[in-house]
Design a protein around this ligand. Structure first.
Ligand code: DP6
Length: 354
């Protein structure tokens, strides 16, 4: 199998008109290297929830500024996410503590985080001490990178006292990890893909709607680290999957349907669109070369159980990210039947919990 021709890949590619450093400087309004600036506080703090995409982000049109090919819509899960403390330190490298463990500098998580922190150093000797606590398993398809980069950007904003508005925080978080752009908000959020090649219009906003009866059930099949991360997985899909050609159009239509479902509290439209969208994304992953299949046999068994429940009149749908775990979508009235079918389910009501 040969990769897609350059012509096909170019359908999606745009050229960044700014470097990531210039992008950051423009958002915060100055260069961090300006020697007249000092951090206003000894320690910055940030906390952000994980989010589950109801219409997915899959594919970048530009990788240095992290610009997506399509828009996406998500729901944040209160009580699950990341808390981060940040301070400046002396030394040769950043100290990154994840869940009470100091990481080696070459640990992939530490390397990626330090690479992002490079845009915020006061000078070449400023190192950061990052203490980050995840209440979800890291890199297990439960969106910990989303809450992680959103919490980190909030901690930077607090440490340096920039007082940035959510839109700008979302732009910065996007640079760390695309889905993090949506984790700045509780409830529903929409990440506009944007059109500009400087990335300034690619940020998320809150969709101000409350839906108290809405439940999300987390079905943890396997919380081990996934074999292919989202960043590499989506790049491989864009480069080698013929089916991907139709994804951007479907994704934009699905975003509109999910928005309509939220506005009208139309649960069937929400569930059907989210499930179809997730399966379409996974179809592009599977039709990539080499194939990417995140599902485990237990994931497929759970899908069959969900489809059987629907045949019995229980209104339940699912979505899945880059991992084997399922996230079930249902309304409160269906909770007893669903908890009976899935004994291990962790149920979250995003608009009832804080
Ligand atoms: C399947 O945001 O983790 O969860 O921007 O490369 O960090 P990067 O990717 P990431 O991808 C998330 C992909 C997804 C779908 C979604 O959350 O929309």
């Amino acid at each position: 199998m040969t990769p897609l021709s350059k012509m096909q890949t170019m359908l999606f590619e745009t050229q960044a008109s700014l470097s990531p450093q210039a992008f950051v400087d423009r958002i915060i309004g100055h260069s961090q290297q300006d020697s007249s600036l000092k951090p206003a506080k000894a320690c910055g703090f940030g906390a952000a929830p994980v989010n589950i995409a109801l219409s997915k982000y899959w594919g970048k049109r530009e990788t240095t500024l992290n610009l997506p090919i399509n828009s996406s819509v998500s729901i944040s899960l209160p009580g699950l996410g990341t808390q981060t403390e940040l301070s400046l330190t002396e030394g040769q490298q950043d100290q990154i503590v994840l869940n009470d463990q100091l990481l080696e500098p070459h640990h992939p998580f530490a390397k990626r985080l330090s690479g992002f922190l490079d845009y915020f150093r006061l000078n070449d000797h400023t190192m950061f001490h990052v203490d980050t606590l995840n209440s979800v398993p890291t890199a297990a398809g439960l969106a910990s990178s989303a809450s992680g980069y959103a919490a980190l950007v909030l901690a930077l904003n607090d440490l340096f006292q920039w007082q940035l508005q959510p839109k700008k925080l979302s732009l910065l978080a996007r640079l760390g990890s695309g889905s993090a752009s949506r984790s700045l908000y509780p409830g529903f959020a929409i990440w506009h893909k944007g059109e500009r090649d400087d990335g300034m219009d690619s940020y998320a906003e809150a969709i101000e709607t409350s839906w108290p009866e809405l439940c999300i059930g987390l079905l943890k099949i396997d919380i081990g680290e996934k074999s292919v991360g989202s960043t590499a997985g989506m790049q491989q899909t864009v480069n080698t999957c013929e089916l991907y050609q139709t994804w951007p159009q479907q994704a934009e239509k699905d975003v509109l349907k999910i928005q309509q479902a939220i506005t009208n509290k139309d649960f069937t439209l929400l569930g059907e669109t989210a499930e179809h969208n997730a399966l379409s994304m996974h179809a592009t992953m599977i039709a990539t070369w080499p194939p990417i299949l995140y599902w485990q046999p237990e994931s497929v068994a759970a899908m069959h159980t969900i489809w059987q429940l629907r045949q019995q009149g229980v209104t339940v749908y699912f979505t899945m990210d880059a991992g084997p775990n399922l996230k079930l979508l249902f309304l409160e009235t269906q909770k007893p039947a669903i908890e009976q079918a899935f004994a291990e389910l962790e149920v979250i009501q995003p608009f009832k919990q804080s």
